[in-house]
Every structure is written in C-alpha cells, then in structure tokens.
Design a protein. Structure first.
Length: 107
C-alpha cells in the first residue's frame, strides 16, 4: 500500500535517506549532528525520518539569508527525492515547487 502523504512516508537507513540528496550515509549522520537534520534512531540502531520532516528541514535549511550571514550552500536534491514525493502522492505541486526552488532546482 502506498503512503497517503509525506508525513507517513517513512525512510529508514542513513544510506536510503542519503539517496534523496545523492550523498552518503556519513553525510546524513554529519547533518544530524551539525545541521539539525530530523532523524530518529530506532531500537535496532538504524536511523529513520519522514519525507515531511525532510521537507520542513530543507525549507528551513535553504532559506535565503538576505545578508548572507549563514554562509551555507543550498542542499542539493537527487531524483530519488522527487520520486519519493511521487510515491507519497499527496504534496501539492506548489509545495513541491517551493521546496525544489529553495534547493535551486526546477521540477
């Protein structure tokens, strides 16, 4: 059964989460520690998050600082991210466009 929305689309494992961005699990672990990436450790030791949590983190992380004080480059997205949203199938086109625009991508 397909998830009904991004909040219920659970991604398990650092490598699986990393595929959303085209990065390694090690990068995701660094983001958890240093960037406040929203992931929780499961009892079996694996990490998990939801697509909805990733969306909110991306929007906050990629927010443009008009004074350039944060000095952070926007997080890049991978095709897997867009495919995950197609599977979740409940995000509006406008929401997806806003997220992709924040990461410097066009749909």
């Amino acid at each position: 059964m397909q998830p009904s929305n991004p909040e219920s689309y659970v991604i398990i494992g650092l490598e699986s989460i990393g595929r959303l961005f085209g990065v390694t699990g090690r990068t995701i672990k660094n983001w958890i520690r240093k960037e406040g990436f929203p992931a929780a450790r499961l009892p079996d030791g694996r990490w998990s998050t939801t697509l909805g949590n990733v969306d909110r983190w991306l929007l906050a992380r990629n927010e443009i600082d008009p004074y350039g004080r944060n000095g952070k480059q926007p997080v890049q997205l991978h095709e897997t991210y867009i495919e995950a949203h197609k599977a979740a199938a409940e995000i509006s086109q406008e929401e997806l466009q806003a997220i992709l625009a924040s990461a410097g991508r066009a749909a």
